[in-house]
Each structure stands twice: as C-alpha cells, then as structure tokens.
Design a protein around this ligand. Structure first.
Ligand code: NAD
Length: 368
C-alpha cells in the first residue's frame, strides 16, 4: 500500500465514523492508524520459479510488504497472477514498460528475479522510475554491471538490497554469534559446499545470462558463509575447475569448481560447488576449542546443525524470504541502511571473478 492510498483510506474511515456520531471516533481511528503498520508495495520482476514458488507466497506472510505489481514478458502468466493475488490491470508491466512505474504510487520496491545477467538492466530501469530495488543473488554477471546498479540507485536516492536470505536465518545468525563471541576460540578453518544437478537448456548454462556456472548460482552461498560467519574479507583465493564430464552441457560455464580463501586473521576456508548432483549443502567451522556448523545449511527451511560440545543448533525455522523483505521494508520506512546493500553483492561478484581468474591461470589471486 502506498503512503497516499493508506492515508486516504484512513481519512475516509475516520470521516465515516465521525459522521455516524461515534464518540471518540477520530481518536480511535487515529490509534488504529498508528498501530497498523504501513505496507510497502512490491513489484516482482520475472515470474519464474522463485517468484512463483517462494516470493509471492512469502509476501503474504510479511508484516510490512504486499504484492502490488508484476512485471513479465510472458502475457499468458498474467491472468493467473492477477486472480491469485488481486493485482489490478494498471499494476501489470512488461520489461519495456517498467519505466512507467514512475507514475504508480502503489509500487515502493521493485524485486528483480530475472536471470542474473539481466539484473542490471532491470535494476537500473526501476531506479530510474524512482523505486527502491531488491535484487536476487548473484547481483549481476560482472563487477562493472554491479557498480552501475549501485550508481543508479544512488543517483535516484533509492535503496538497493541483494537477496541474501541466509543472513536472516536464525541458525546462520547463531553460527555467526558463536564465531563473533569466540565461544570455541579463534576460527581456524571453514569448509563449505553447495551444489545441485541441472538440466540442459536452462539459462543457467548460458554465460551471458548466468555470468558463470554453479559458483555464481549456488557456490555463492558457501562464499557468503565464509564471509558472514567469520566477519572477515578474504585477501587471497586459489581455485581450480573440476573435470568436464558433459562437454555438450558445459560449453559456456564451469561444471564444478573448488576454491580456498585466506583471511587476515589466518583463517583458511575450503569451498566447493558443482552442477552435477546435490551432494553438498553444509558448512563446518573448526575453531581452537571445537567445531560447529549446519548440515543441511542452505535450504529454504533453514539449516540445522551441531556443536562439538554436543549442543544442537536448531532454532525454529522462519520464512527467510519474508524476513529479508520485511527487513528491507523496515529499513526504507525507518531510513536505516540495509545489511545486504549493493556493495555486499558487488563484493561477492569481485571475489567470484578472482576465483575464476585463479582457476584459469592456475595461481593464487590476491584481493584488494
Ligand atoms: P527461472 O528461470 O525460474 O525464472 C526466470 C524468469 O525470468 C522467468 O519468468 C523468465 O521468463 C524470465 N526471463 C526474462 N528474460 C529472460 C531470458 N532472456 N531468459 C530466460 N528467462 C527470462 O529462474 P529462477 O530460479 O526464478 O531464478 C531467478 C533469479 O533468482 C536468479 O537470479 C537466481 O539466481 C535467483 N534465485 C535465488 C534463489 C534464492 O534462494 N535466493 C533461489 C532461486 C533463484
């Protein structure tokens, strides 16, 4: 709901109560208005698997957001979405009409859920239309495009966030707490991996649309864990590509990659990812006095894990997508910075480019 439609509705309600002679009507209405949170209108850009299966349902569970609009290049999807989510015709756009959102006060935030290599184009269009932008991971296919997105949001005076859902998950946050409070002493190593199988003909196998292979898609979660849990930034990466078992499928992007990172404290991390099978979905942290980690770690329902002192890490699952969107909305409403800004997405893309570079040249690459 936009600010203007909210206040209009409250005004009409208050006027009606006063008109029927209800004593204290206006003060009751004012109190109700104060307790009802303002919901920001979200537009989903790209109505594929994530939007359909996770984001639209999650929006129904949020406190500060609502699904206000859709952007799609596939007209046949429109009737189902309109009916299911009560979206008026005026809030339906395609990729070429997105700029017209500038005239639509129903939309506060544009959530970009298209293939990675289109995030920049759609983010910049939304920012130019004066909207805040939340963008799926990975932020874009190249460092330059990430920077252009940050610049566009800054120029428009709007907030830009990246969909790092695990940063809102209670069990990931618990692992970060264990590291930060040095419950098991200084961190020594982290091993992390995330992989999945993939079918032919997916845009994820097209370098222009995906930016890269499993590293950009799911390996990024292992990379995020190393940075998020340790609170440090890597200074060097060493990587190698695995053998290509299906040259037809993996013509443009890697089939698998492993990489190691060194951090300023001396922490060493070892990560892996592949598009062959779902055989990795965990991380394990080894510290001076014990270990902790999650297995599984990266599912939509959150992770569950164990500490070497026998205590479980098993906080109740939340809807990570609802949590990240509510947090972004609250940052906008309270004029606070998001903890997942464009700069965070850019940092990961820079590191992933260094991982590719190291795998290509067969040598360590320093990060500045
Ligand atoms: P998908 O293929 O299911 O959906 C992509 C959508 O983009 C489709 O509706 C498609 O029609 C549209 N599209 C527009 N232009 C296109 C083009 N030129 N080629 C192909 N599709 C085009 O993909 P998805 O799984 O929904 O992923 C979308 C984004 O969300 C990706 O950036 C992905 O990394 C991210 N994602 C994030 C998570 C998470 O857990 N945060 C999970 C899945 C996907």
């Amino acid at each position: 709901m936009s600010a203007s439609s909210f206040s209009r509705r409250q005004f009409i309600r208050r006027a009606a109560l006063t008109a029927i002679g209800f004593p204290f009507a206006s003060s009751l209405a004012a109190r109700a208005a104060a307790s009802e949170p303002r919901k920001l209108g979200f537009a989903l850009v790209g109505l594929g698997s994530l939007s359909r299966g996770q984001l639209a349902p999650a929006l129904q569970q949020t406190q500060f957001c609502r699904l206000a609009a859709i952007v799609t290049g596939t007209p046949s999807k429109i009737p189902v979405w309109k009916n299911r989510y009560n979206i008026p015709d005026k809030n339906v756009y395609n990729y070429d009409t997105m700029e017209q959102m500038a005239d639509n006060p129903d939309i506060d935030v544009v959530y970009v859920v298209t293939p990675n290599g289109l995030h920049g184009e759609h983010t910049i269009k939304a920012a130019k239309a004066g909207k805040h932008v939340f963008c799926e991971k990975p932020m874009e296919a190249t460092v330059e495009k990430c920077q252009r997105m940050i610049d566009a949001a800054k120029k428009a005076g709007r907030m830009l966030g990246v969909g790092y859902r695990c940063q809102f998950d209670p069990n990931h946050l618990e692992c970060r707490r264990l590291a930060k409070e040095k419950v098991f002493g200084e961190l020594k190593t982290i091993e992390a991996g995330f992989s999945r199988g993939i079918s032919a003909n997916e845009w994820r196998l097209n370098k222009t649309l995906a930016g890269g292979g499993p590293l950009m898609d799911v390996g990024i979660y292992a990379l995020q864990t190393c940075r998020f849990v340790s609170g440090e930034e890597p200074v060097e990466v060493t990587a190698s590509f695995g053998p290509v078992t299906d040259p037809e499928k993996f013509k443009e992007v890697e089939e698998s990659v492993e990489w190691e990172m060194t951090f300023p404290s001396g922490l060493k991390t070892k990560c892996r990812t592949n598009y062959e099978r779902n055989d990795a979905n965990s991380f394990m942290v080894t510290a001076e006095k014990g270990t902790f980690g999650l297995n599984p770690a990266y599912g939509y329902n959150g992770g569950r894990g164990m500490r070497s002192d026998g205590q479980p890490i098993q906080l109740p699952a939340i809807n990570q997508f609802a949590a990240e969107m509510d947090d972004f909305a609250q940052c906008i409403l309270n004029n606070k910075p998001t903890k997942v800004p464009g700069e965070e997405g850019l940092r990961d893309v820079k590191i992933m480019m260094a991982i590719y570079e190291s795998a290509r040249i067969g040598k360590p690459v320093k990060l500045v």
